[in-house]
Structure formats: C-alpha cells, structure tokens
Design a protein. Structure first.
Length: 300
C-alpha cells in the first residue's frame, strides 16, 4: 500500500457505513459486488475485509462473510486521515476562514496560505479558483484574494439551490419505484438511524456522517455532474460545525435523525406522498437550523 493511503482509509470508512446498514448475521455480497458497490479495486476490497475480520466486525472465511457486530465510532479512521491532498487543503482553508476571526474584505495572500496549509502553490491555486465560483472569495490582482464572507444572504441563496436539487433528486427516487437502487439504499439505512436514535446521548456526534450519507444517496442517484459539483460545496458548508451553536446540537441531531427515519418508514410502506411530505419537513427544518445556529458575517 502506498505511503498516502487515504483512499484505503476512506474505503474502509465507507465499508463500515455499508456494514452498518446490514443486520447481525447477515451475509455480505461477493467481492465482485463489493467492488462495484464501493467503487474500489478487488485488492482494496480484500484488504478491507481482512481488517474488518481482524477487528471482529465480520467473520470472513472463504466466500462467507458474516456480520458479527455493528461498527462503532472507534472502528473508523478520523476524517482528516481519509482526505486526499486537495481535500486536506479544502479542510485547512475552511478552518482558516470559518474557524478564525477573519472578516469580510480580508485580503488572503497565496504565499501566506501555502505556508499555513503546507501545500504547493499549484494545489492551493487550483482549489482557490474552483472555490471562487461560489462567491465566498474573489480574485484580485497581484495574487491577492478577498474574502467576501459567509453572510446570511449567501447561505439563503445556497440553501435555495440545495432545496431545488434535493427535491429534484427525491422526485427522481420516487419515480424509480420501490425496486430502484436509491429507494432501497435509503430503506437499508433504517437500522443505522434507529441505532443513532436509541443511543443519541452517546452518539449524537456521529449523526453528521449518517446525514451526509443519506443526502449523498439522493444526489448520486441523479448522476448529474453539475449537481455533484454543487454538493461538494454543500458538504463543506453544511457539515462544518466550527461556527455552529453547540448548545442544542444533541437535540438538533436527534430531530434530524427522526425526520430521516420518518422518510424511510414512508418509503418502506410505499407511500410516496407521505415520504415527500416528510422530506419537505426535513428540508424546512434544515433551513431553520442553519439560520438559527450559524454565526453570521456582516456585509461591508
């Protein structure tokens, strides 16, 4: 395995997410099916299976792979260990602008960020150019970048687009019917959500991973490169908690998990109208959560 084994660690985490959707004593599919489901090589699948067997999550003997226990938080690699070089730059940048005291109008120097992030100029510049499309930063002459800020107006515009895309994705899921892959994938998340709800006092901080997986199933189902690109920003903004009010995080995550489960329950019984109604309720709550929980920059 290469020195930079972030892809393997990400594959292992995604495999754990998948195993979490299965029942105890349930059999995992073949190695070939796992390579397709997880979009990884057969060599990586075998390395992942070996590790899962070693830590007691599954029992692997020949073609038989049986789930022995549910994955726990300690089984996962930390998020930062699963990131590629460009993703690590993204993480450091978001920490830099959202976790610090930078105000709208702040000048960002490439040379300073290269030193701060430990990245090459080319990798940093590629990220900044890509990220500038969303309006949080803007290029100035002489390699200067200007921080425009995470304002309330910016967040509302972002959420409006998110809602349009996610509703379109949910309609596509419903149109695909109960046998569709996305429909089945959401239903398969029932137990993972119930486990979070049942142990919310201990595991409420694990919900963002489950939340991202839930919404990623919807966006991936559309197979639209532009929506995929947009959801990179959604993931960055909506799953960064550096500036969120932590006081009611436990309750927010419990309510969101219950809303997900309501959608899943409606899908299980095949009630499309009820599923859509619950999903709209969830989006409305997510909008309110964003407005009530984020520390806002002030337009200058």
């Amino acid at each position: 395995m290469s020195r930079d084994n972030s892809k393997y660690k990400d594959s292992l985490n995604r495999s754990l997410d998948y195993v979490a959707t299965l029942a105890l004593q349930e059999t995992l599919p073949s190695e070939v099916e796992l390579t397709q489901r997880l979009s990884i090589s057969r060599t990586t699948v075998r390395a992942v299976l070996s590790h899962l067997d070693e830590i007691g999550v599954i029992q692997w003997s020949g073609r038989h792979k049986i789930v022995l226990r549910k994955p726990e938080t300690g089984d996962y690699f930390a998020k930062e260990e699963t990131l590629s070089t460009s993703e690590r730059v993204e993480t450091r940048f978001m920490e830099y602008i959202l976790g610090g005291d930078l105000k709208p109008g702040t000048i960002l120097h490439e040379s300073d960020m290269v030193r701060e992030f430990g990245a090459s100029t080319s990798v940093l510049r590629e990220f900044l150019i890509k990220f500038s499309r969303f309006g949080l930063i803007e290029k100035e002459p002489n390699r200067h970048w200007v921080l425009r800020g995470f304002t309330r107006d910016f967040a509302m515009e972002l959420f409006d687009v998110r809602e349009m895309f996610e509703l379109r994705a949910f309609w596509a899921l419903l149109a695909g019917g109960r046998e569709g892959a996305a429909w089945q994938a959401l239903v398969a998340m029932e137990q993972a959500h119930q486990d979070i709800i049942d142990t919310i006092d201990q595991n409420y901080l694990s919900f963002p991973r489950l939340d991202e997986q839930f919404h990623r199933i919807l966006s991936d189902n559309l197979s639209n490169r532009f929506i995929d690109d947009f959801f990179e920003l959604v993931s960055v903004i909506f799953h960064y908690h550096y500036r969120w009010n932590k006081q009611d995080e436990h309750e927010r995550n419990l309510v969101a998990a219950q809303q997900h489960l309501a959608v899943i329950d409606a899908l299980k019984i095949g009630d499309k109208d009820l599923a859509l109604s619950h999903f709209q309720t969830h989006l409305n709550a997510a909008r309110s959560t964003l407005l009530n929980s984020v520390s806002w920059d002030v337009e200058t």
